[in-house]
Design a protein around this ligand. Structure first.
Ligand code: 5GP
Ligand code: ZN
Length: 128
């Protein structure tokens, strides 16, 4: 059983922020900002696109409920991050949404540099 399944089953302790029948949200053990939280479906799926629509609805609703609770931290904004696949930086193969509260002036999350990519070529592939 994977580590997030074990957390969902309470076999491994975590600092639970929010829980309902479908999702569990807990503080990330390596926080990138104050309140960095992971929202996880209780059922095991590896990547977001594998999830049935209904499960996805439950997951995003869990994200919203968790944000409402985190508001006690008085953040100024937040990033939602979701890594899928090793190349994207997914370390734990159980879908999870990062909620990363942001505070004015912090540098918790940055997009990479803009790349010189031919948009016409990309669009042609997508639309073919
Ligand atoms: P990923 O890189 O897969 O998107 O993110 C995985 C996240 O899970 C990391 O930010 C890491 O700190 C967190 N994490 C890994 N193991 C544990 C754990 O046992 N407990 C908690 N609370 N977080 C974990
Ligand atoms: Zn799992």
């Amino acid at each position: 059983m994977c580590i997030f399944c074990k957390i969902a089953n309470k076999e491994i302790p975590s600092k639970i922020v929010y829980e309902d029948p479908y999702v569990i949200a807990f503080l990330d053990i390596n926080p990138r900002s104050k309140g960095h939280t992971l929202v996880v479906p209780k059922k095991h799926y590896k990547t977001l696109d594998e999830m049935p629509d209904e499960e996805l609805c439950h997951l995003i609703k869990g994200v919203k409920e968790t944000i409402k609770i985190l508001k006690k931290l008085n953040f100024d904004g937040y990033n939602i991050v979701n890594n899928n696949g090793k190349a994207a930086g997914q370390e734990i193969d159980h879908v999870h949404i990062h909620i990363i509260p942001r505070y004015e002036g912090d540098e918790a999350v940055k997009f990479g540099e803009v790349k010189d990519i031919d948009l016409d070529e990309v669009y042609k592939i997508i639309k073919s």
